[in-house]
Write a protein that binds this ligand. Structure first.
Ligand SMILES: CC(C)(COP(=O)(O)OP(=O)(O)OC[C@H]1O[C@@H](n2cnc3c(N)ncnc32)[C@H](O)[C@@H]1O)[C@@H](O)C(=O)NCCC(=O)NCCS
Ligand SMILES: Nc1ncnc2c1ncn2[C@@H]1O[C@H](COP(=O)(O)OP(=O)(O)OP(=O)(O)O)[C@@H](O)[C@H]1O
Length: 236
C-alpha cells in the first residue's frame, strides 16, 4: 500500500478533491474529521482544552464552542501552539493506526486529507505522493467567507496561520488548480487517480516489508541456533 496526501490551504478545495477519490473507491483518512472526534466531551483532549482555555470555549451542552476557540487561536500564535500541542499528537497517532488498519486490509493506495502536512512535517516520511489543491487568494477568501460565518479579518487570520500556498505547491508532486468549475477540478483529480491506479509502488512496498520480516525471522532463527537458546525438547 502507498499513501497519497492531499493538502492545501483553508477552503482551497481539499475535501472537494478527496470526495472524488472516495467516490472511486479509494479510502480517505480525513484529519479534520479526526480532529473533531478527539475533542468530543469527555475525551482526554477535551479535558485538556478545558483546563488550558477555560469554560469560555465550551457551549452550554459542554461541546467545544468552535467559533470562540477558533477566534482565540487563529489570532494568537502562542494560543495556537498550545492547542496544537494538545491535539496534534493524538491526531497523528489516530492517523497512524488508521493507516495500519488500511494496510492490513490490502488496499493498493489510500488518501490522507491533511491540511497541515507541511506545517507539522510529522508524517512526511510515510507519504508517497503529495497533491496540493490551490486557488487564488481572492477565491480562497470568497469561498471561506461563504462557508464560515467570519469577518474578513478573522478569515484573513485563518489564511495567515498557514504556510503560503505557493510554497506548498513548490514542495508537491502534483498541484490541482481549483480556480475553475468543479467539473474541471474533477478532471484534474481523475488524471492523478489514473496515474496512481497504474503505479506498482504498492508491490514494491509489500515486498520490502515482507523482506524485512523474513530477515528478522532468519536472524532470530540463526542466533537462537548459534547460542543454543531453545530447550532440547523444542528441536526442529
Ligand atoms: C480551532 C478549531 C476548533 C476551529 O474549528 P472550525 O470548525 O472553525 O474549523 P475546522 O476544524 O473545520 O478547520 C478548518 C480548517 O482550518 C485550518 N486549521 C484548523 N486548525 C488549524 C491550526 N491549528 N493551524 C492552522 N490551520 C488550522 C485547516 O485548514 C482546517 O482544514 C479547530 O480547527 C481545531 O480544533 N483545530 C486544532 C486541530 C487541528 O490542527 N486541525 C487541523 C487538522 S490536523
Ligand atoms: N471549484 C469550485 N467551485 C465552486 N465552489 C467550490 C469549488 N471547490 C470548492 N468549492 C467550495 O468552497 C468551499 C471550500 O471547499 P472545501 O471544503 O473542499 O475546501 P477544504 O480545503 O477542504 O476546506 P477546509 O480545509 O477549510 O475544511 C466549499 O464550500 C466548496 O463547496
Amino acid at each position: 500500500m502507498f499513501i497519497v496526501a492531499v493538502t492545501g490551504g483553508i477552503a482551497t478545495g481539499k475535501s472537494t478533491v478527496t470526495k472524488i477519490f472516495e467516490r472511486h473507491g479509494i479510502p480517505v483518512i480525513d484529519a479534520d474529521k479526526i480532529a473533531r472526534e478527539i475533542v468530543e466531551p469527555g475525551q482526554p483532549c477535551w479535558q485538556k482544552i478545558r483546563d488550558v482555555f477555560g469554560d469560555e470555549v465550551l457551549l452550554p451542552s459542554k461541546e467545544l464552542n468552535r467559533a470562540v476557540l477558533g477566534r482565540l487561536i487563529f489570532e494568537d500564535k502562542e494560543l495556537r501552539g498550545k492547542l496544537n500541542q494538545i491535539t496534534h499528537p493524538v491526531i497523528h497517532r489516530t492517523i497512524f493506526w488508521s493507516v495500519f488498519k488500511h494496510f492490513m486490509s490490502g488496499h493498493a493506495w489510500i488518501v490522507l486529507d491533511l491540511p497541515l502536512l507541511f506545517e507539522t512535517g510529522i508524517l512526511m516520511d510515510f507519504i508517497h505522493k503529495i497533491v496540493t489543491v490551490t486557488c487564488d487568494s481572492e477565491k480562497q477568501m470568497q469561498r471561506l467567507l461563504a462557508r464560515n460565518e467570519l469577518s474578513e479579518s478573522e478569515a484573513q487570520h485563518r489564511v495567515d496561520s498557514q504556510m503560503p500556498l505557493e510554497k506548498k505547491c513548490e514542495k508537491s508532486h502534483f498541484v490541482v488548480d481549483n480556480n475553475g468549475s468543479e467539473a474541471e477540478t474533477e478532471a484534474a483529480a481523475m488524471r492523478i487517480y489514473n496515474m496512481m491506479q497504474e503505479s506498482n509502488q504498492h508491490w514494491y512496498n509489500r515486498f520490502s516489508i515482507l523482506g524485512v520480516i523474513l530477515i528478522v525471522c532468519f536472524t532470530i532463527y540463526f542466533l537462537s541456533k548459534a547460542f543454543d537458546v531453545w530447550p532440547k525438547s523444542w528441536s526442529f
